[in-house]
Design a protein around this ligand. Structure first.
Ligand SMILES: [Zn+2]
Length: 210
């Protein structure tokens, strides 16, 4: 209090303790603690210029790291804390509309949970694709093996009327594997020739069995 005379005294405002600012956060992005990008809440380079008070989770407050400690008027922040809402507004902007390439350091826990879930789903899809591809490969290898067996049977044995047998078999939709099996059975004598020499095959029976 400054007194100009004994009648006139001017009361100067008492400095008030700066309590920082209350945080304005997008209404559809609560709880605040789950959406705030805590990764940048530290004291190193690229850190946020304020500290948070979330002791009341529904009314979080922020205070500049350079807070002057007092303000000219009650309920008003100091000059340093006055800049804090602009920083928070920029963070809220990213939270409202995170881009697919947004660095995870600018995202909150809830967004990181979503990203983790999406990666897990992608991993499962790739696993399934891998499984399907393995099945296709095994099938292709089996087919290759059947073709190889057919080639071997043809090249190593003198099978009478071979072309006729295969033509008929293919016409009946017989698979290569079945053809090979029957040819091998025939060569091993499972099908007995009827009225022909031991080396001659009963073509009619063979074709019928195919
Ligand atoms: Zn302050």
């Amino acid at each position: 209090m400054v007194c100009v005379s004994h009648r006139l005294c001017i009361t100067s405002p008492q400095p008030q303790t700066c309590a920082g600012v209350s945080i304005l956060w997008p209404e559809d992005h609560w709880p605040f603690a789950m959406l705030f990008p805590w990764e940048r809440y530290h004291n190193g380079p690229d850190s946020l210029p304020f500290t948070l008070d979330i002791s009341n989770p529904t009314m979080p407050r922020a205070q500049s790291k350079l807070c002057l400690g007092s303000s000219a008027m009650q309920d008003l922040p100091c000059d340093e804390c006055t800049d804090v809402p602009a920083h928070i507004a920029r963070l809220a902007e990213v939270v409202r509309d995170p881009k697919s390439r947004t660095n995870y350091r600018y995202l909150g826990l809830a967004h990181m949970q979503d990203i983790t879930r999406s990666y897990a789903e992608q991993a499962n899809t790739l696993k399934l694709q891998g499984l399907n591809n393995s099945r296709k490969h095994i099938k292709a290898l089996t087919q290759l093996d059947n073709h190889h067996r057919l080639l071997m049977a043809v090249s190593e044995n003198n099978i009478p009327r071979l072309q006729q047998i295969i033509t008929v078999a293919l016409r009946h939709g017989t698979s290569v594997r079945q053809i090979v099996n029957k040819l091998e059975d025939a060569l091993e004598g499972v099908y007995r020739p009827r009225g022909y020499g031991a080396d001659d095959l009963d073509i009619a029976t063979l074709v019928y069995m195919l």
